[in-house]
Design a protein around this ligand. Structure first.
Ligand code: CA
Length: 427
């Protein structure tokens, strides 16, 4: 992971952030269209947080002394704490990463292109075949399909080849020392100490992303403690070096998130002429059969329960592809609360299963709004009485709703998509 939307942030704030932020396990430094964050987790989304350097009330040494008391009270062995924190200093790279707020982010189609690249699909198919016995055993235990596990593995760590190089204790100490979100990061830090005490960490210590996501599935420490499993039977939950442990842990987490084995995450659909795009709203849930009555059809044969509830999703507005999203999409969002991430996992899963890619064209000539333009859009919507929420540059549910209402007031397709043309009309 790399970036993060905070799982601790409100669901509505993060679930709809789409198209903002960045991050991805495999390419942490690269701003993406959406915020793939990692597993389980929820670290805070650096690009949406208030930007400042930490404003400590205590020196780091004083803070560490208090942390030591809390850790011991929580059952951490004093000797382990002292050994782990020997020589630990604040990491300026983590502060920099946590404070970055890029003006421009990649559009969702570029993010998808990178996530579902030819090479990632080819490698994933090979690995799926190579690990078939393990995947079958995992499916018997956790009832989670092979493809989604390979897709998560590919997205989170490029199949285990990019698990980060930060000392997780140092990263989390740096983040927890910052008073802005110390409760969240402090709980992650204490969980990391528990992992060490349980003897699950690798010999070289806890290695991970700058934000503390660890191993081939990039689990945050609290997620690790809840969902990591020892699947190869060596007595340790080793998400760094054991692929069976990593894949089974991802399966265990998806199972806990309500995964329905054998059901699709969703599928691409075509919309009829004159369709009311306002129905593409996460709050509008209808059965697949009801959507069909409205003229919405899958672009290829699909095997989904017609009574399953689905929402309609237009990730690039009405001029781009449309998808019906089923329950398994929501399970992926629990893994990483970014719709672009979940869409990428779904499309990569499909590709690993031999399906071709997205049929409809993305509106690649669209220019994305930069952060300052998104803020201006929100300010203009507010000034005209459309209530998009705070002008924070984040296109969440409230902003989309306000955009939709503004579009309806002008008789435009009400897809809730904040295009450059829309900003011009507001100006
Ligand atoms: Ca193991």
């Amino acid at each position: 992971m790399s970036f993060l939307l905070l799982r601790g942030l409100s669901h509505s704030a993060t679930a709809c952030i789409l198209l903002l932020l960045a991050a991805c396990a495999a390419a942490p430094a690269q701003p993406l269209a959406a915020a793939p964050v990692t597993a389980a987790i929820a670290p805070a989304n650096p690009t949406i947080s208030a930007v400042s350097t930490p404003t400590p009330l205590l020196s780091f040494a004083e803070w560490r002394t208090l942390l030591r008391s809390d850790a011991i009270a929580a059952g951490i062995d004093a000797e382990l704490f002292d050994r782990t924190f020997a020589g630990i200093t604040l990491d300026p790279r983590v502060v920099t990463s946590d404070s970055s707020q890029p003006e421009f982010t990649r559009p969702v189609w570029e993010y998808i292109d990178g996530a579902v690249s030819v090479s990632r699909v080819a490698q994933g198919r090979l690995l799926k075949a190579q690990h078939r016995p393990t995947l079958k055993a995992i499916r018997s235990t956790y009832a989670v399909d092979h493809e989604v596990l390979i897709a998560i593995w590919g997205m989170e760590s490029n199949y285990g080849s990019n698990i980060g190089s930060h000392n997780v204790i140092r990263s989390l100490a740096t983040l927890a020392y910052d008073v802005r979100r110390q409760v969240f990061w402090r709980s992650q830090l204490l969980a990391a100490l528990q992992i060490l005490q349980a003897g699950d960490g690798p010999a070289q210590g806890l290695i991970g992303s700058w934000a503390g996501a660890m191993g081939q599935t990039q689990f945050m420490p609290t997620t690790f403690n809840q969902h990591a499993v020892d699947f190869d039977g060596d007595g340790r939950r080793d998400l760094w070096n054991s692929t069976p442990d990593a894949l089974a842990s991802a399966a265990h987490y998806l199972q806990a998130s309500g995964w329905e084995n054998g059901q699709p995450w969703g599928f691409e659909v075509s919309l009829p002429q004159g369709f009311d795009y306002a129905l593409a709203d996460p709050e509008v849930r209808r059965s697949v059969a009801q959507w069909r009555i409205l003229g919405i059809d899958p672009v290829r044969t699909i095997d989904a329960n017609e009574q399953s509830l689905a929402t309609l999703f237009l990730p690039a507005g009405h001029r781009g592809p449309a998808f019906l999203l089923l329950n398994n999409f929501r399970s992926i969002l629990k893994y990483n609360n970014s719709t672009a991430y979940a869409l990428a996992i779904g499309l990569l899963s499909d590709a690993l299963d031999g399906n071709s890619g997205v049929q409809a064209a993305w509106p690649r000539s669209d220019r994305q709004l930069g952060r300052s333009e998104r803020i201006e859009l929100q300010e203009l919507l507010t000034s005209k009485g459309f209530e998009p929420g705070p002008a924070d540059g984040i296109i969440g549910a409230n902003t989309r709703k306000a955009v939709r209402t503004f579009q309806q007031s002008l008789g435009l397709p009400a897809d809730g998509y904040p295009s450059h043309e829309l900003l011009q009309k507001l100006r």
